[in-house]
Design a protein around this ligand. Sequence first.
Ligand SMILES: C[S@@+](CC[C@H](N)C(=O)[O-])C[C@H]1O[C@@H](n2cnc3c(N)ncnc32)[C@H](O)[C@@H]1O
Length: 223
Amino acid sequence: MSLNLSHGKNYDVQGYGLTREDLSPIGESREDTQFDIATLFDEDRRLFPLEFEIGSGKGTFLVQQATQMPEVNFLGVEYARAFWEYAADRVRRHGLNGVRMLHYDATVFVKWYVPDETFRQVHIYFPDPWPKARHHKRRTVREDVLRELCRVLEPNGCVRIVTDHEDYYQWMLEHVARVTDVFEKIPFERPISAGDGEVVGTNFERKYRREGRPFNAMILEKK
Ligand SMILES: C[S@@+](CC[C@H](N)C(=O)[O-])C[C@H]1O[C@@H](n2cnc3c(N)ncnc32)[C@H](O)[C@@H]1O
């Protein structure tokens, strides 16, 4: 996919955007990797709960939610550089000290950098559906990733998922059925920042809503 979000504009991600070069090198195991996730935030914010978004796109959810929840920290991860730059610049323009944007693969980051019981919630909104069967293994909502997310959730923490893609939703349900030992599937509740008639209010949701697509949503609560 080729993205041109810059239109000649220079984005400033200073203080809000980070890349894998800003992280310490990966060790032999996660325990050997010297990285303290709390240090991503200013000292006076380090005891706040931390939420994680996989695939933040243009950062709309983070900006809306963090504006309404100043006593929560949010870490968004986005592996498409143009979206990451756009989102990090946007977070900086809004002066949202509780938000950081990381340019990396979220699944690799979680596996190698995130200790157990780190996040209060994980948000996955409109994940790429990878419709071709040979690409299904790239889908984010799958058993092994769900088990990793369970590891990094606090007790009773949640994974929140919304998709417009019916085939992917069916696949998700199959994978969710394999993790019922660690997660309970409960009905979706809209975040505080969702607008009237919105499920969450991300960019993709707004685009797909105009196209009249139906959405499916769920919450997986850690047992
Ligand atoms: C369809 S877009 C949805 C963006 C946003 N959540 C929204 O609803 O507007 C999915 C985004 O997830 C990103 N993404 C997919 N897998 C990812 C991963 N493993 N790590 C980081 N970003 C990922 C893609 O680059 C893309 O920007």
